[in-house]
Design a binder for this molecule. Structure first.
Ligand code: SF4
Ligand code: SF4
Length: 356
């Protein structure tokens, strides 16, 4: 598909065109905490930012909300329950200036929620089909980012409809899907020199990102060897089970389903809420048995899932896009990059990188 060019002077008119069919959201500074970035509606007349650290929360909740009503029910006249499915919202959402790691994150979640005909989550699918993503390539990654080592990258295109590269006073737009091509239709075609400049920026930023994780032994290591590493006790001691890392993560997808009813039990709703695998309640069976009854087992699960179980099951794909949110926001400074390096190190060796 043909690259297009957009002058930043013409951006307001371009966004106005997008608003005719979409509600446009973009990363904005939080009014109360200026160095915190949040996803908010980009109002007419507002200019999107092009230099910003990634949002604290990933955009996954546009498609997988923190709390989502799946259906409503009431007791019918004959005493049986009458189900009332929720009608999907007709509005389309456009996420502007999505970081490439978050585009890859939603693409990863497609694989989880819509694996095949049996696993085809209509709630996810419906919102995903109504959500377009215009990405912004990263030219200045944060120190916590390691997308280049997580099957992603600062100019990754996966999951996005359009990838934009900031060329200073102009933006280069690369449509990646038919929907993306429709969005940029009508913009002038880019010159070969603009495309070359974007490639140059990509090469420069990729070269600037140094290696921080090692996985070569982890791939070959047996599952039980990784599972039984003494290192897990140390990570467990530090973790306070707050769940922050999972809630901010663009690829974490654990949820719980609850039925909420009125006091008389006549009406109610079924709600899906984010949950996290480190919570003692998450795996608790109705019988009272908990297959991950120890905190260590629950902490281990998060990292083993992302960097051992998923790669084994999905041909080397990892359950992490290297966005660095959990690195930045964990209140006790557990750094997943250190954990990965410890998982990679021989059992008897000291883990590489910082101590947890
Ligand atoms: S595990 Fe951490 S670095 Fe990886 S995608 Fe999730 S929040 Fe980002
Ligand atoms: S953010 Fe840190 S302390 Fe909180 S659950 Fe995750 S690893 Fe544990």
């Amino acid at each position: 598909m043909q690259h297009r060019i957009l002058s930043k002077d013409s951006l307001a008119a371009f966004l106005e065109g997008l608003r005719k069919e979409h509600v446009v959201y973009a990363p904005k500074r939080d009014k109360k905490v200026p160095n915190k970035m949040v996803w908010k509606i980009l109002e007419p007349g507002e200019s999107p930012l092009f230099e910003f650290a990634n949002t604290d929360m990933s955009p996954k909740d546009f498609v997988f909300p923190q709390s989502e009503c799946l259906m409503r029910f009431r007791t019918g006249e004959d005493g049986t329950s009458v189900l009332k499915p929720i009608e999907p919202e007709p509005r389309k959402t456009l996420l502007f200036n999505v970081r490439p790691c978050d585009g890859k994150g939603l693409s990863f979640m497609d694989m989880i929620f819509c694996q095949d005909e049996q696993t085809n989550d209509v709630y996810w699918r419906d919102k995903r089909e109504r959500t377009l993503m215009v990405g912004l390539a990263c030219n200045n990654p944060c120190p916590s980012c390691f997308c280049h080592e997580a099957n992603c990258g600062p100019h990754s295109e996966t999951g996005l409809d359009v990838l934009m590269t900031d060329l200073g006073t102009r933006l280069l737009l690369k449509p990646l899907t038919d929907r993306g091509a429709t969005l940029v239709d009508g913009l002038p075609e880019a010159a070969p020199g603009d495309v070359d400049r974007a490639e140059e920026l990509k090469g420069t930023v990729e070269a600037s990102m140094k290696p921080v994780i090692r996985t070569e032994h982890l791939e070959a290591r047996s599952l039980m060897d990784a599972y039984n590493l003494p290192y897990w006790d140390r990570v467990c001691e530090a973790c306070i089970n707050c769940g922050t890392c999972t809630f901010v993560c663009p690829t974490c997808h654990c949820f719980d389903i609850q039925d909420e009813t009125t006091p008389d039990g006549e009406e109610g709703r079924r709600v899906r809420n984010w949950d996290f695998c480190m919570s003692p309640l998450f795996t608790l069976h109705t019988s009272g048995h908990n297959p991950r009854g120890k905190k260590m087992a629950r902490v281990r699960q998060r990292f083993m899932h992302k960097y051992k179980y998923i790669p084994m099951k999905r041909n080397g794909e990892v359950g992490c896009v290297g966005c660095g949110r959990c690195v930045r926001l964990c209140p006790v400074n557990i750094d997943i990059r250190d954990v990965i390096n410890a998982m990679n190190a021989p059992a008897e060796a000291k883990p590489e990188g910082q101590e947890v």
